[in-house]
Design a protein around this ligand. Structure first.
Ligand SMILES: NC(=O)C1=CN([C@@H]2O[C@H](COP(=O)(O)OP(=O)(O)OC[C@H]3O[C@@H](n4cnc5c(N)ncnc54)[C@H](OP(=O)(O)O)[C@@H]3O)[C@@H](O)[C@H]2O)[C@@H](O)CC1
Ligand SMILES: [K+]
Length: 504
């Protein structure tokens, strides 16, 4: 969610349901404390850092709850008294009237000495209300926190990190972990900001779910996948699981299309054919006993046209992997969009070629799916990679709606956007995937699932999850993130599908 969506939810809840701001703050502080207590013990010195807004208000509830439960806690208010008002002031008063002491000083070095004795720092200085660059004294305190060895737990957001996307430079607490209130904010998913969160968990604070504003953004979970990953019916035949065509490859680059094709087969596609230059077939075929071929005319090992393909045989196509940049792209994509039936997935070199051509195909009745990494997406929209990384939600939504396509923006947090602008975030995977070939594997998984699922949107989210979970499982067992190869991933898919009880 964005900060504004959080405020709207909060306000609607207060105006409609009878819940008050102080009740929600009490709930937030107590839910957070329950989570924090799993990580700390009563011998440790805990410091709670309290700022001037409602994030600080949460801090007063957390400090009181932990003290009531017998923990060793010091509550440090890091802003002057006149900054504390509203619900936060109410909870400060409850804290004081419970017999507890608030510490504050104008001199940050006094706090610094105290912090050196701390085993745990709980950061409640700034939440979603942060604006602009950090101001003194919080800027100094943030610096101090980052110098300590103490285990740092931030509440809602690491203080200093903006809640939303679109921000450039900032200073912030580098948390070991973050306990997020009610719903994750956009910055938990961006590469430049997610690092500050450490590991994060979400706590529920009693906001009425029925009053939730619809942000049209959703975190895709295993529970979502378990009800939507296609189950193979007992009496199905190969035709019921899709007849896919993969177009790509060249004499010099036969590997990527072989990986896409093999991943599609390992993901349950019924039949698969490969359209590739004739001279590439001998290199591709040994990996794919189950596939058939559409040999393409070529020049110097690169495909020239795809006119000879028998389109009636296929109900879904993936194009781009290893096809090269020197092909006659206008003619190839013209033919493709004129004749291909069912979903068309475009990846790798295909994305390079399709730039500026998409408007022409915007009214295609069947789905078009683009699967760029940030560099490819930046090229598609004529922006820089940092710009894409800073505002991936807005930029992919705008693009998907404009061209009527699905976009799968790949990364540690993969963002999947539908042509209507609905978005899903998928977080599985690890650094083992940051290698050549893993994108080719993903394309194969996505093509196969798209042809077996009722919903393209579900298929894309599930495909990303299965791809990522496979990397996680393989690196837990035999492999390392260093040594994991894209081809290992393909062979690992089968076992991941088992965990979704797909009766293949
Ligand atoms: N339903 C919910 O969502 C619920 C949300 N809850 C909690 O409320 C939090 C949001 O609270 P919020 O709106 O009061 O904002 P918050 O993050 O405390 O920041 C405001 C303070 O920061 C200061 N400040 C700003 N910029 C600054 C800067 N650059 N450098 C230095 N200071 C700066 C600003 O100072 P001022 O500008 O006023 O001088 C003001 O004092 C949310 O994250 C969650 O924890 C729960 O309690 C319950 C339900
Ligand atoms: K915080």
């Amino acid at each position: 969610m964005t900060a504004q969506e959080m405020y709207d939810w909060d306000q609607t809840a207060i105006q409609t349901s009878g819940l008050s701001g102080t009740m929600l703050m009490e709930n937030a502080g107590r839910s957070v404390s329950r989570e924090v207590e799993k990580k700390i013990n009563r011998q440790q010195n805990v410091i709670v850092l309290i700022g001037g807004g409602n994030n600080g208000g949460d801090g007063y509830v957390i400090a009181r709850t932990l003290l009531n439960h017998g923990y060793r806690v010091e509550a440090w208010q890091v802003v002057p008294d006149e900054k504390i008002h509203g619900d936060a002031l109410t909870h400060k008063e409850i804290f004081l009237q419970s017999g507890y002491v608030v510490r504050h000083t104008e001199d940050v070095s006094v706090l610094g000495k105290d912090m050196q004795q701390a085993d745990v720092i709980i950061d409640c200085m700034l939440g979603i209300g942060i604006k602009g660059k950090l101001r003194s004294p919080i800027s100094e305190v943030v610096e101090l926190v980052n110098e300590q060895n103490a285990y740092t737990i931030s509440i809602d957001i690491p203080s200093g990190v903006p809640a939303d996307e679109g921000f450039g430079e900032f200073d912030a607490v580098k948390a070991d972990e973050t306990v997020v209130i009610a719903a994750p904010k956009m910055s938990a998913f961006l590469e430049s900001t997610s690092y500050y969160y450490g590991k994060w968990t979400i706590v529920e604070i009693g906001l009425p779910v029925k009053l939730l504003p619809n942000p049209r953004r959703q975190l895709w979970t295993k529970r979502d996948a378990s009800t939507t990953v296609p189950i193979r019916a007992k009496h199905s035949h190969k035709g019921s699981h899709g007849k896919g065509l993969v177009i790509g490859g060249s004499y010099h680059m036969p590997g990527s299309i072989a990986m896409t094709a093999r991943a599609a087969l390992r993901s349950g596609i019924g039949l698969l054919s490969i359209a590739t230059p004739t001279t590439a077939i001998p290199s591709v075929a040994p990996f794919l006993q189950e596939a058939t071929f559409e040999p393409l005319p070529e020049e110097q090992g690169v495909m020239m046209e795809i006119d000879g393909v028998d389109w009636s045989k296929y109900n879904g196509t993936a194009i781009g992997m290893g096809m090269g940049r020197e092909v006659n792209a206008s003619s190839i994509f013209q033919t493709l969009f004129q004749h291909a039936k069912g979903p068309v997935l475009i990846d790798a070199d295909g994305l390079y070629h399709v730039k500026d051509k998409l408007m022409k195909y915007a009214d295609r009745p069947d789905p078009v799916i683009l699967t760029p990494h940030p560099g490819e997406f930046a090229h598609l929209i004529d922006r820089s990679i940092p710009e894409v990384m800073q505002s991936p939600f807005t930029l992919t939504r705008g693009f998907a709606e404009k061209y009527g396509v699905y976009v799968v923006l790949k990364g540690p947090a993969t963002i999947i956007t539908s042509p209507q602008g609905d978005q899903r975030v998928e977080l599985s995977g690890n650094a083992g995937l940051a290698k050549g070939g893993s994108g080719d594997v993903l394309s194969g998984v996505l093509l196969a699932l798209t042809l077996q699922s009722k919903s393209v949107f579900d298929a894309l989210a599930n495909g990303c999850m299965i791809h990522g979970l496979t990397a996680e499982r393989l690196t837990e067992n035999h492999h390392s993130t260093t040594g994991l190869l894209a081809s290992d991933l393909i062979e690992g898919l089968s076992e991941t599908f088992r965990t979704f009880s797909v009766s293949m």
